[in-house]
Design a protein. Sequence first.
Length: 250
Amino acid sequence: MLHGFMGSGRLLYAPALQLIDSVNPAVIDLLGHDRTGGSEDPGRFNAEEQVQDLTLILDRLELSPLWLHGYSMGGRLALQLAAAEPRLFEGLILESSGFGITELPQRDERQKADEKRACRIETDFTGFLDDWQQLPLFSAPSDTEITERHKDYRSVMSAQKPAWMAASLRGFGAGIMPPLEKHLSSIDLPVLLLSGEFDQKYRSIHQRMSSLLPNAHTKIVKEAAHRIHLDRPESWAESIQTFIRNPKKS
C-alpha cells in the first residue's frame, strides 16, 4: 500500500486492518516520507528511480505476486510500477489517482504550480500546510471521528522534512512524471478505480482511465472526498475486499 504526498504508511494502518480477511496488508513509507530517507535532489524522486527502489524491495522480499494499492501520489507511483513490472502483481487498486498529464500546455502549467508550492514549502511550511488542508479536494461532511483522523494527517505532514517534500514535488509531481495515458491499454491487470462522491476531478479522471484500461472497474464511494480511506474507511475496505475476491465482477 502506497500513501500520498506528505503522508506515511502509518496513516493506512487503521483502514488496512479491515482488509485482513482478504489479504495480509503491508504498508511502506515512500522515498523522503516519514521514516524513509530522502534527498534534496529532485532527480532522486523521478519515476524511474522510485520504481527501481520498489522493484528491488519486492524482489528481495519475494512477496510477489501482490495486490497493489496506491492513494493519490502513491497511486501514480503504483501505476508506474505496474506498467514497468506487471509480473509482480495480481491487480491494482488506485484511490483518487491519475495517470499523469499528457498535453504540454497543461504539463507546463502544473509544473509551474508545483514549483510555487515547492518554494512555499521551503519558505513557509506551516502556512503551506494550513492552505493544503483547506483545499476543496479534501472537503467532506465531517464528524468527530473524521475530524480526529484529519488531525492525524496534519501531525504526520508537520513532521516531514520540507526540503524533501519540495524535492518530491519537483521530481515526481503530476506535471513532471512520465504520462501513462498511451500505455494504459497495455496494462492487462484487473484495476479498481476508487473515487469519492465529492471528488469530481478524480471521478472524471477515472472515467477516462476506465475507457483506456482493458480490465478496469470504477467505484464511487458515497459521502467521501479525496481521502476515501479517511472519510469512509468501512466502505473503502468493503470495495477493496469485493474486488480482490472477485476482480472479474467488481
